[in-house]
Design a protein around this ligand. Structure first.
Ligand code: AMP
Length: 426
């Protein structure tokens, strides 16, 4: 009796074939843009102490309240599959004493993240993000540079119908003051608010700007804006960020209602959306998090970063097809296919050795792994687009040029030399 098939869990997916080469192309573009700007790749563990996210991302956020995959180890320690990348990178910054390096320390990642979301198109439970973090400087040039690097990446990948919204949340102090005013305003209008917003007035009043509830939206149109509460310093910082983006030619819209779903942001926040994406329009975003490193037990080190969703970029981006970014990353063409002409048991060793030699010499090489007849092997080599086929026989080997059409008989141990010569002659 056939067993029932085991399927991938809801909200997860396999990456195969064409999709896989488009991803490699994206990774290559990200690497070249970010490493070119001095960002170093970082890998952090897939799971972390739950406390890192509770403290770092914030107890009031949707991520921490409902979206974390949390498990316990044998000793009863609570672990969580990382839902985002900034808190882990800041943890690593503190743990490795990176404040002693030249500042800012610039790190980038391309990793998978996990959120217990209601799965739908563009929203998964395991998804991938490319992200960049610059920790240790509050210079507005850090903000503008980070934003323009993401703008460049998205432009190079031809992400369609892109908009950049930008705002400043101010420092923690001015935000606290503003928060109180907003809470008072929300309480005064409580009757018109959604249940969800009402329940979070104390915990996270700013999220009210994000609501899609009509009554809440109408209340929020008259709400006090954070922009009017920025300190002189914060306002100047933001003005510099805007000026530098103008210099870089990055177009943006100022949006004082921009709220991000994570608690750690201060000052600059931004989000790229693509109208090509429908409901899940967020492509990537981020901002400054000047208090986070300290909150995680580190020194006072301001930071700025962003993350962009790989699946969303792929959905809205045209620039990853074969022949474009993808072409650069398409598998290398097959230079040598090694076929066996005669009893497999006797010739397998010689064929295997020849493939090894070819690979050591830098050629792409494959051999028959399925016990095909000679005719079958030649058909297979043809289907793989092999440039040369070496047919290994008892004493000698026949080397066939699949493009030029010629063939010659030669000693097996000279085949690689011959293929390399033909290569250089091309
Ligand atoms: P966030 O960390 O929530 O600011 O998300 C940054 C970006 O990651 C978003 O703009 C999306 O492109 C992507 N993203 C976030 N959550 C998901 C998800 N569940 N599935 C796919 N992409 C996501």
């Amino acid at each position: 009796m056939a067993e029932a098939k085991v399927k991938a869990p809801r909200g997860t997916f396999d990456v195969l074939g064409e999709e896989s080469s488009r991803r490699s192309a994206l990774e290559a573009r990200a690497r070249s843009i970010l490493e070119g700007a001095g960002y170093e790749r970082i890998e952090t563990p897939v799971f972390e102490a739950t406390e890192l996210f509770a403290r770092g991302v914030g107890e009031s956020t949707d991520i921490v309240r409902k979206e974390m995959f949390t498990l316990e180890d044998q000793a009863g320690r609570s672990l969580t599959l990382r839902p985002e990348g900034t808190a882990p990178v800041c943890r690593a910054y503190v743990e490795h004493g990176m404040h002693k390096r030249r500042q800012p320390v610039k790190l980038w990642y391309l990793s998978c993240f996990f959120r217990r979301e209601r799965a739908q198109a563009g929203r998964y439970r395991q998804f991938w993000q490319v992200g960049a973090e610059a920790i240790g400087s509050e210079d507005p040039a850090v903000d503008a540079e980070a934003i323009s690097l993401l703008a460049t990446l998205l432009a190079e990948l031809d992400v369609r119908d892109l908009r950049l919204r930008l705002s400043s949340l101010g420092s923690l102090a001015s935000r606290r003051e503003y928060r109180e005013r907003l809470q008072a305003y929300l309480h005064a209008n409580e009757a018109s608010l959604s249940e969800d917003v009402r329940s979070r007035i104390e915990l996270n009043p700013l999220r009210a700007f994000d609501s899609d509830h009509p009554g809440t939206q109408s209340v929020m149109r008259g709400a006090p804006l954070l922009r009017e509460h920025l300190s002189q310093d914060d306002a100047e910082h933001f003005a510099h960020v805007c000026e530098l983006l103008d210099v870089a030619g990055v177009a943006y819209e100022l949006d004082p209602t921009l709220v991000r779903g994570l608690d750690y942001y201060t000052r600059t926040v931004f989000e790229f959306t693509s109208d090509a994406l429908g409901a899940q329009s967020g492509v990537g975003g981020g901002g400054r998090y000047d208090g986070l490193v300290e909150q995680l037990g580190g020194p006072a080190a301001p930071g700025m970063g962003w993350a962009a969703g790989i699946e969303r970029i792929m959905l809205a981006g045209d620039g990853l097809g074969a022949g474009r970014g993808g072409g650069a990353h398409a598998p290398k063409p097959l230079e040598l296919f090694v076929a066996l002409d005669g009893p497999r048991e006797e010739l397998r060793g010689a064929a295997f050795g020849l493939v090894g030699q070819a690979r050591s010499a830098g050629l792409t090489a494959q051999l028959d792994l399925a016990g095909r007849s000679l005719k079958g092997q030649l058909g297979h080599a043809d289907a793989l687009g092999a440039r040369f086929v070496a047919i290994v026989g008892d004493a000698r080997t026949v080397l066939k040029d699949m493009q030029g059409g010629g063939q010659q008989e030669l000693a097996t141990n000279t085949v690689v030399h011959q293929v390399l010569r033909a290569h250089h002659a091309i």
